[in-house]
Ligand binder design. Structure first.
Ligand code: NAP
Length: 350
């Protein structure tokens, strides 16, 4: 028998959609992705991007402070234990995701820790094929597979992730390890401008490393960086290697000129921020949903999560190349659940 609704993806958008569709008695089945090393390496693990970050201080409801003081007694024992690790912080990314998952399961969401590898949206019920070759039928689908940050591909980026390497200044920039320290941002687009400007509020110095001698960013954002006395631009330069050790994490970067490859320079920094774009996780869709020029799924009805295929909805970063925050992803997950519920009701599936 076909499922009423299948949710693909296990970040904030997926779990918010699961919480709402469970409470609407739609008995959702959620595919959280396979817990493979490859999925971790490419930045697409189960529980999404927050599973590979550290503290989250900007998710409403989780103020910095000793959480266990006011959460004791309200959550399950395993989570209480995890909470103790968060004393003094908002909450860690992985723990926030575990709480969302638990909340969805408590309302009846069924989960499978597998990838959906192909979909067939050409007729209803839709057909979704798991990595093991099983075909799942669904009357409605919510795609919430997120996006992953692009990295340069250096082995040292992996080695120092969460030890000074980040792809999100807004998430991590205010952490103690980066305060009053020199930092480096790689990229020349609006994200690199925004991130370096943001980091300059906390850092002692910010170096923007860009591979060409002009920015791709809009003039207004580029000017803000060029006029900022705390930011230095390293033009026509790439990061060749991130240096550090297991104890301190990142301590320096080695730069190389793109005009004369024999020219190198070492900069002492305690943080490295990649701002070279994101890639939405849409391969498995094989072009069956309309996408924008950057490959993000398009919402086809203003302020609704409808996609180009009736009965398929999209939520979170897979359809958002602009805000990319946990709270906006969760918000659009809720929207997708309500859109799916109304659409299913109109089709006679309650
Ligand atoms: P982007 O515009 O695609 O810029 C990526 C930057 O990274 C480019 O400067 C590119 O260099 C560089 N880059 C890419 N691959 C690289 C590599 N392997 N090595 C070295 N450098 C590399 O991405 P984005 O900055 O994330 O922006 C994405 C979209 O969001 C844009 O449309 C942007 O306008 C928008 N955005 C808007 C705001 C805002 O308005 N507040 C803020 C952030 C983002 P090249 O220039 O040489 O290609």
């Amino acid at each position: 028998m076909a499922e009423k609704v299948v949710i693909i993806g296990s970040g904030p958008a997926g779990w918010a959609a699961a919480i709402y569709t469970s409470r609407a008695n739609l008995e959702p089945l959620l595919f959280e992705g396979a817990a493979t090393q490859e999925n971790y390496n490419i930045g697409r693990p189960p529980l999404g991007q927050l599973a590979i970050t550290t503290e989250v201080e900007n998710y409403p409801g989780f103020p910095a402070g000793p959480l266990q003081q006011y959460l004791t007694g309200s959550i399950d024992k395993k989570l209480q234990y995890l909470m103790n690790e968060d004393a003094g912080h908002g909450i860690s990314g992985p723990n926030l995701m575990l709480l969302m998952k638990q909340q969805a399961i408590n309302f009846g969401t069924r989960t499978r820790t597998e990838d959906i590898t192909t979909v067939d949206f050409s007729s209803r019920p839709f057909k979704l094929t798991t990595e093991g070759g099983e075909v799942i039928e669904a009357h409605a689908v919510i795609v919430a597979t997120g996006a992953r940050a692009n990295y340069l591909g250096l082995e040292s980026e992996n080695r120092f992730k969460n030890k000074g390497v980040s792809a999100c200044a807004v998430c991590d920039g205010a952490l103690p390890r980066f305060r009053e320290q020199p930092l480096v941002v790689v990229g020349g687009g609006d994200s690199a401008m925004e991130e370096s400007d943001y980091l300059s509020k906390f850092a002692s110095k910010v170096y923007v490393v860009h591979r060409r001698d002009e920015f791709r960013a809009s003039k207004i954002m580029a000017d803000r960086v060029l006029d900022n006395p705390k930011i230095d631009v390293k033009w026509s330069t790439v990061v060749d290697e991130i240096l550090g050790d297991d104890e301190q994490g990142v301590t320096a970067v080695r730069l190389r000129s793109t005009k004369d490859e024999s020219q190198t320079e070492e900069l002492k920094v305690s943080g490295y921020f990649a701002a070279i774009g994101h890639t939405p996780n849409t391969n498995f869709l094989d072009g069956q949903l309309e996408m924008n020029e950057k490959g993000y799924v398009t919402w086809t009805v203003p302020f609704r999560t409808n996609t180009s295929v009736e009965g398929v909805f999209a939520a979170g970063d897979v359809a958002d190349d602009n805000y990319r925050q946990a709270i906006t992803a969760a918000g659009s997950g809720c929207m997708a659940a309500l859109d799916a519920e109304r659409w299913l009701a109109a089709q006679g599936h309650h």
